[in-house]
Design a protein around this ligand. Structure first.
Ligand code: ATR
Length: 282
């Protein structure tokens, strides 16, 4: 019997998760399929009831449901509670268990780039859903200090007090400095905008973007021009998915093939959205 997995979010029509998970199922000869389920916020509890009724084996959870979904699950693990968001649901014989693999995606992205986080000063931009797992990953990695800047200062303060870090006002970004700069805002998504200037980028050694469409965002291209180490947002997506796959199946998925499939797919999307470098007007 085929097992069914999928992603719930709204919207999910451009999700890359089906590409990587279906490829892994095929490559490993696992009888399973992974679909994309667009679920409006007001229908989330019905969707989770549907997961139980249909016996769906596992779910990825994305924007805007990562926080709200927690109240519909039978168990949420310690990590997801600490982060305050669930991105993975596993159906254990009818009991729905929630966890979070996004922070592992962050840690593995830095590992892949050969960056030792110990003792580093990290600046995180943004205090929305994406920043929670990123800040958590940094706090757990033995960094010296994490600071957060957000356009809406109150949200920065909420995230900062949750994780015991410092919050700064967006207007103070001009004085930001450190070793590692991470963009967890949506600035640069499907556009050629950067949340910070090249001058600010030049004060860091490593720049990571959680935005992956385009793969090389304006921020990353500024960092490349300044010869910084860059980590694109597809890596976080890949590694959180790899960890999900392991949790669902107990099997290591084919990492390199999943990576190739993701990069190929995002290239197509860049073309679709007129984001290819050759299409750049600025
Ligand atoms: P996600 O779950 O992807 O993080 P989100 O919760 O809507 O999405 O958060 C988006 C983040 O990008 C927020 O930190 C948002 O700042 P606000 O809290 O002030 O809304 C930030 N953001 C979006 N557009 C921005 C812009 N033009 N300049 C600065 N920050 C921006």
């Amino acid at each position: 019997m085929y097992k069914v997995y999928g992603i719930v979010g709204y919207p999910v029509s451009h999700s890359l998760s089906p590409v990587m998970h279906n490829l892994a199922f095929r490559e490993l000869g696992i009888k399973a399929v992974y679909g994309a389920f667009p679920v409006k916020p007001e229908n989330l509890s019905l969707a989770i009831a549907g997961v139980r009724a249909l016996g769906i084996s596992g779910l990825s959870v994305t924007i805007p449901h990562k926080v709200e979904v927690m109240k519909y699950l039978d168990e949420v693990d310690y990590v997801a509670k600490e982060i305050g968001a669930v991105n993975t649901i596993i159906n254990y014989d009818g009991k729905l268990f929630g966890t979070n693999t996004d922070w592992i995606g962050v840690i593995k992205s830095f590992e892949e780039a050969g960056i030792d986080l110990t003792g580093k000063r990290v600046v995180v931009l943004g205090a929305g859903g994406a920043s929670l797992a990123i800040v958590y990953a940094m706090v757990k990695s033995g960094v010296k200090e994490v600071v957060i800047y957000n356009r809406t200062y109150e949200k920065a303060r909420e995230v900062a007090s949750r994780f015991g870090i410092l919050a700064y006002k967006w207007e103070d970004l001009s004085t930001a400095y450190g070793d590692i700069l991470i963009n967890a805002t949506s600035v640069g998504l499907k556009s050629f905008d950067s949340p910070v200037s090249k001058e600010i980028v030049s004060r860091f050694s490593v720049v990571m973007d959680s935005v992956y469409l385009p793969v090389e965002t304006k921020l990353l291209s500024l960092a490349r021009e300044e010869n910084k180490i860059i980590i694109d947002g597809l890596k976080m997506l890949l590694y959180q998915g790899v960890e999900q796959f392991r949790l669902w199946t107990g099997i290591n998925p084919p990492l390199d093939k999943m990576r190739d499939a993701l990069y190929q797919e995002v290239l197509k999307m860049e073309a679709e959205f007129g984001l290819r470098k050759t299409d750049k007007t600025s």
